[in-house]
Write a protein that binds this ligand. Structure first.
Ligand code: GTP
Ligand code: MG
Length: 194
């Protein structure tokens, strides 16, 4: 999709704050600092629309970005940020769980993992949880510009094995720097939001 029209419509913590209307939604989940905001910006051709930072844990609300009157990207706050208190983490968990399990407009979830490393326990738990709820998921391994191309195959295997992905489950190798994988991610989204 060639995107021209984007507006930050809504930040929400509770269902009554979610956007009204029936546009399909695609959510982005993953650890703090993994690159969710950067992926959003790459998909919508903006250098910094969704706020990116080197300080993890910046995004604390569900942020709904409306794209071309066609769909919303929902930037979900990152998990696994150690400095957040236990109470905060439980509140976060409830907010995410409510959204991911009860939102009719949600058509798919993009799970980001750091392409340089094996998935963490949090990544594995999140992926298992999405499978358990039968939520249609695309795994995106990001920051691929930081590792040599000769290692990409091996990294993909490690990620697939750790997340116990079947051969047919989709995975895209991605970089917000080189834009590798951008079209493949858009293809997956468009199939679910047409
Ligand atoms: P939270 O909102 O805190 O959960 O983080 P996030 O997942 O939105 O991460 P964000 O997009 O803010 O990126 C975190 C850091 O990683 C920033 O310094 C980005 O510039 C960097 N980054 C993200 N994606 C890539 C990538 O594909 N390649 C490289 N080299 N750096 C990236
Ligand atoms: Mg972010």
């Amino acid at each position: 999709m060639d995107v021209h029209n984007v507006e930050l419509t809504i930040s929400a913590v509770a269902p009554k704050q979610y956007p009204s209307g029936n546009l399909p939604e695609i959510a982005l989940v993953g650890r703090s600092n993994v690159g969710k905001s950067s992926l959003t910006n790459t998909l919508i051709n903006r250098r910094s629309f969704a706020r990116t930072s080197s300080q993890p844990g910046k995004t604390q609300t569900l942020n709904f970005y409306q794209i071309e009157q066609q769909l919303y990207f929902v930037d979900v706050p990152g998990y696994g940020y150690a400095k957040v208190s236990k109470v905060e983490r439980e509140k976060w968990g409830q907010m995410i769980e409510t959204y991911l399990t009860s939102r009719d407009q949600l058509k798919g979830v993009i799970t980001l993992v750091d392409g340089r490393h094996a998935p963490t326990e949090d990544d594995i738990a999140m992926h298992e949880w999405l499978n358990y709820y039968n939520i249609d998921t695309l795994v995106v391994a990001t920051k691929m510009d930081k590792i040599a191309k000769s290692k990409w195959n091996k990294q993909e295997k490690i990620i697939r094995q750790s997340l116990e992905m079947s051969g047919t489950e989709p995975l895209v190798l991605f970089s917000a720097v080189s834009k590798t994988g951008k079209d493949a991610v858009w293809d997956w989204i468009e199939e679910r939001t047409k």
